[in-house]
Design a binder for this molecule. Structure first.
Ligand code: ATP
Ligand code: MG
Length: 566
């Protein structure tokens, strides 16, 4: 067991699994699966399911399969198939050679349907979608039998064969299970098992099939064929469980996995439905599935989140049966905690103000040694050049201090430059509009590095050497929506009306320390006093350094909400 696993809290699913193993159910075996439909990229909600399925398997010497639930070809494609595998791997999980597709089982599914026909437990129905709905009844009223329910076995087999051969158009016929049109559970009122779909090329089976099995038929059989022991899914499938069990009880498969439902992850300030995420992408409201503001794994990764922080988040929120809405702050806290420990420190000036240190020799350059992490010596040190001209952040200077708490540079005041000297502001240079464009300062040569006795200067600010610094663009990513539940507001507005207009602000002409010329994609840094940032993996180029802000140093939203509430 790794450190990470030891601290895992238990949950009701782990308890069931433990009991089953103890009772030697399934011969003590544990097999789970993660079954995404390749109709979009994975999001943080899927991460919860991945961590649960792969995590439980790893902790109890079981295995977890990756299975694409690919029965709906017109919405699916190979880009998604590849992106999903990439994201699961990046999250730190491995399915070894157990990569499956529901479409691998099309032949077997077909044969099981034939079995149901032969047993008089399925029929071909000619009602159209609207009619099926009308016949189905309501929660209060029972349904009515389809007029095609009493077709003979021979007729059903013949029609099914002709459906398969492509004789009928889309929607002209479906296959339905013959269960109970009066069942209190609507899912058992002769659910559809197969439908006709012409003119689509399936990413795995091409044009081999024009009939496609429905999820409720495919899922239990795929689980059983793979010998899944615990089929974990989200709560909306609770009412489908009797159907899951009915299918497995009525086809000749000996394996009967146990379906267990848990609540979906809902996260504030974002949307999690694939339909909506697809819409954001296709309507160009975001840069793509991997836009750093998206709740997708690809987006979080591009934003600078670590896989460990996402796994930690999934553990922290736990697994229960009750619906919940998790605060974005919880996710942000996970990444902050991780990066606070692991992110190397650098200096970057986001809103540069030139400072000339008038008493520092013009041709002098000092290489100052700075720790890469204040607590972790093993992260080593780096050299930072210091020279007569530097940049500081314009928010670190005020001509007149706005309040007593302001500890940074003011006219005729002193401040320490992190890891360098104490400087004093002697002269303020302004443009014709009265805006401060440059400061002339002097330095105290005796204050290099540490804070020597008798020189108590309250403020410490960051800086970069002007001739050495690299110019960069910095994208300040923020929450994509300005409402905590954008798709459930009571004002009748669409979730898209709640997109946060400030969710992506770009600062140009920022300066970062020269050491960052060596920066790699995939490493997230702390820019001291500013937050956590990483190189953008897509837009970045040799000509332009582009960083994304992963997260601020502190939870500024909590503060805003506090102010708002008080
Ligand atoms: P859609 O948003 O289109 O309804 P889906 O979320 O069901 O799709 P799938 O690809 O079918 O997407 O999901 C794969 C697995 O991930 C399923 O087992 C599903 O239950 C689980 N899952 C999806 N969303 C969440 C979520 N928000 N929280 C926890 N698990 C989820
Ligand atoms: Mg689904």
């Amino acid at each position: 067991m790794t450190q990470e696993q030891k601290h895992k809290p238990t949950n009701f699913i782990r308890q069931i699994v433990e009991e089953d193993i103890k009772a030697n159910k399934n011969g003590g075996r544990l097999v789970t699966r993660f079954p995404p439909e390749p109709n979009g990229y994975l999001h943080i909600g899927h991460a919860k399911s991945i961590v649960l399925n792969f995590g439980i398997a790893a902790d109890y010497q079981g295995i977890c399969n990756l299975r694409f639930d690919d029965t709906n070809p017109h919405k699916e494609n190979i880009e998604y198939v590849e992106a999903i595998q990439d994201d699961v791997k990046w999250l730190g999980f491995d399915w070894d050679d157990r990569l499956y597709y529901a479409s691998n089982y099309f032949e077997q599914l077909h044969d099981f349907a034939v079995e149901l026909f032969k047993a008089g437990k399925a029929y071909v129905c000619d009602l159209n979608a609207d009619e099926i709905r009308t016949y189905r009844g309501t929660l209060k009223e029972p349904g009515r039998d389809s007029p095609y329910r009493t077709r003979s076995v021979e007729e059903n087999l013949d029609l099914f064969a002709r459906m398969k051969a492509g004789e009928f158009g889309d929607g002209m016929k479906v296959v339905r299970a013959k269960i109970d049109m009066a069942s209190a559970n609507i899912n058992l009122r002769d659910p559809t098992l197969y439908r006709i779909r012409h003119g689509v090329i399936h990413h795995q089976t091409g044009e081999a099939w024009c009939i496609y099995p429905m999820y409720d038929f495919t899922h239990p059989i795929s689980d059983a064929l793979e010998g899944i022991t615990h089929s974990l899914c989200t709560l909306e499938f609770e009412d489908h469980r009797p159907l899951y069990d009915w299918i497995l009880d009525n086809v000749s498969i000996s394996c009967h996995p146990r379906q267990i439902e848990f609540s979906r992850l809902n996260l504030q300030y974002t949307v999690m439905s694939k339909r909506k995420l697809t819409e954001l992408v296709s309507e160009g409201l975001v840069e793509g599935w991997d836009d750093p503001r998206m709740p997708t794994i690809a987006g979080l990764r591009r934003r600078g989140f670590t896989a460990a922080s996402i796994r930690e988040f999934c553990e922290r929120i736990g697994v229960t049966k009750s619906d919940n809405l998790i605060e974005m702050g919880v996710l942000e806290d996970c990444i902050r905690t991780d990066l606070n420990i692991h992110a190397p420190r650098r200096m970057a000036v986001l809103h540069p103000l030139k400072v000339v240190i008038t008493d520092y020799p013009e041709d002098k350059i000092e290489q100052l040694s700075m720790a890469n992490h204040p607590q972790d010596g093993s992260m080593g040190k780096r050299q930072i050049p210091f020279s007569r001209e530097i940049y500081i952040d314009r928010h670190d200077f005020e001509e007149v201090p706005p309040n007593k708490k302001f500890k940074r540079l003011i006219a005729n005041g002193e401040v320490r430059l992190r890891g360098a000297y104490v400087i004093r502001c002697d002269e303020i240079i302004k443009d014709e509009k009265g805006e401060v464009i440059e400061l002339h300062c002097s330095h105290d040569a005796a204050t290099l590095g540490a804070n020597p006795e008798g020189r108590k200067v309250k403020g410490v600010i960051h800086w970069v050497s002007a001739p050495h610094a690299l110019e960069a663009e910095i994208r300040l990513c923020d929450r994509l929506f300005s409402h905590p539940t954008p798709d459930a507001t009571k004002d009748g507005k669409d979730y898209k009306d709640h997109i946060n207009p400030d969710s992506q602000r770009t600062l140009t002409n920022c300066y970062v320390e020269p050491d960052l010329a060596e920066v790699r994609v995939g490493v997230t840094y702390q820019f001291e006093r500013e937050g956590y940032f990483c190189l953008d993996s897509v837009l970045n180029s040799h000509e332009r350094l582009i960083f994304n802000r992963t997260v601020t140093l502190r939870d500024t939203w909590a503060k805003l909400e506090q102010e708002h509430n008080s």
